[in-house]
Design a protein around this ligand. Structure first.
Ligand SMILES: [Zn+2]
Length: 409
């Protein structure tokens, strides 16, 4: 117990890199009203619907126009069903430690809403990320470069912005955006490179993709597909060209030192097939792009053992526990424990909140991450596999140093 408590104590004000969020500029949050039910956005939405709440009822509960008492009646039966899961813990931690309420219930939703709205003003990012969480930088994905809060928000951009191709017009407009004209596939690829260089110049440190199966068309097939798209014969040709451009972008990312972040495993909303983003789809990609570094997300839950083997085998594969601790603390601890056996410790990234609007939940998520790290490392200290000093050093690598090094922050 001593090692566990000492580790938690040592992590209390450790600097943190939040290695994955979807948070936009602070004004995006503060320009819109919030109430207690804002805390149900992102992730708990999935559990509420899984527990039987209808999408229409969820939408009504999230609407600023719906009266608070009606919102409570809509969510109350389902809150009782989901409140014991990991997704719900950051809500309970936020209302207790940030807002001073014991529980979210019939008596508290109204005063909690008032206090949340009072706090929904300029400075809330600094308060939550910096003062409470000691987070130095937030790697964020909002599909564009943030316009403010750039000392905190460090962007990653989706590769789909260039590889998603439906028509000749997509190719032409993106090429002409750089004052170039489109005569060949090489012209488009030159524009893609210019675009990615601009991302880098504007402070992006990486790009984002998902672990869907990614065929690898030949340059000849890609050139033929380009010609067919330019003459208006689209769908299957567009798919071939998209795959080719995607692979080209992974090489350009390597040349520009942009890390490729990859969604692996569990998908956040309802009615999805997680097997379509199984980490095994990444094996040919890791093999084909050896000079590009890949940050494999979410421990590929539930396939964290598979992901550990990829992290062990492939020098270009890094493993990231963003989102994991609120999916399952048991699975997160098992993943980290297995990875410490398998993977060089510099390749493990321990935390990313993965939220958008409810930034309060980042605080609870980080606490859960620290609990998981302390549980795993302290067991190894107690078993004399680690010294207490090494455990603290590894905790710091997981929370800060490894992400700072991979993303050159
Ligand atoms: Zn995410």
């Amino acid at each position: 117990m001593a090692a566990h408590d000492d580790l938690l104590q040592a992590m209390a004000d450790m600097p943190v890199i939040d290695a994955h969020e979807h948070v936009p500029e602070e004004s995006d949050r503060t320009d819109n009203p919030v109430d207690a039910f804002t805390l149900f956005s992102h992730y708990t939405e999935t559990d509420l619907k899984s527990a039987g709440m209808s999408p229409a009822a969820y939408e009504r509960m999230q609407s600023p126009k719906t009266p608070l008492d009606e919102k409570w009646e809509l969510v109350a039966p389902y809150w009782e069903r989901i409140r014991y899961g990991s997704y719900s813990r950051p809500i309970l931690i936020a209302i207790r430690e940030l807002y001073g309420f014991e529980d979210l219930n019939r008596d508290t939703y109204r005063p909690l809403s008032e206090i949340m709205q009072q706090h929904n003003s300029s400075g809330i990012y600094r308060h939550v990320f910096r003062d409470l969480c000691h987070i130095e930088k937030v790697l964020t994905q909002i599909g564009r470069i943030p316009t403010t809060d750039r000392d905190l928000l460090i962007p990653l951009l989706p590769v789909s912005l260039y590889f998603e191709i439906h028509s000749a017009e997509d190719l032409r407009s993106r090429t002409e955006a750089f004052g170039m004209s489109l005569g060949s596939l090489d012209d488009y690829l030159a524009a893609v490179r210019r675009g990615m260089e601009a991302w880098k110049t504007n402070g992006a440190v990486g790009v984002k993709m998902s672990a869907y199966e990614l065929p690898c068309p030949s340059p000849e097939d890609a050139a033929a597909a380009f010609s067919r798209i330019m003459t208006g014969q689209a769908p299957d040709a567009a798919r071939v060209l998209s795959h080719f451009v995607h692979h080209q972008m992974l090489d350009i990312a390597g040349e520009l030192n942009l890390v490729v972040a990859v969604h692996c495993g569990i998908i956040w909303d309802n009615w999805n097939n997680p097997y379509t983003v199984h980490p095994s789809n990444m094996v040919p990609v890791l093999l084909a792009h050896r000079n590009t570094r890949f940050d494999l997300y979410h421990a590929a839950i539930p396939w964290y053992g598979d992901l550990g083997v990829l992290g062990k085998d492939f020098p270009n594969a890094y493993l990231n526990m963003c989102w994991c601790h609120v999916i399952s603390q048991q699975m997160s601890q098992a993943a980290l424990d297995q990875w410490l056996d398998l993977v060089p410790v510099n390749k493990l990234i321990g935390f990313g909140g993965d939220y958008r609007k409810p930034v309060e939940k980042v605080y609870g998520h980080l606490q859960m991450a620290k609990e998981d790290i302390a549980a795993v490392l302290s067991r190894r200290v107690d078993a004399a596999l680690l010294t207490a000093t090494d455990a603290i050093r590894i905790a710091r690598m997981l929370l800060h140093d490894n992400a700072a090094e991979l993303y050159a922050l």
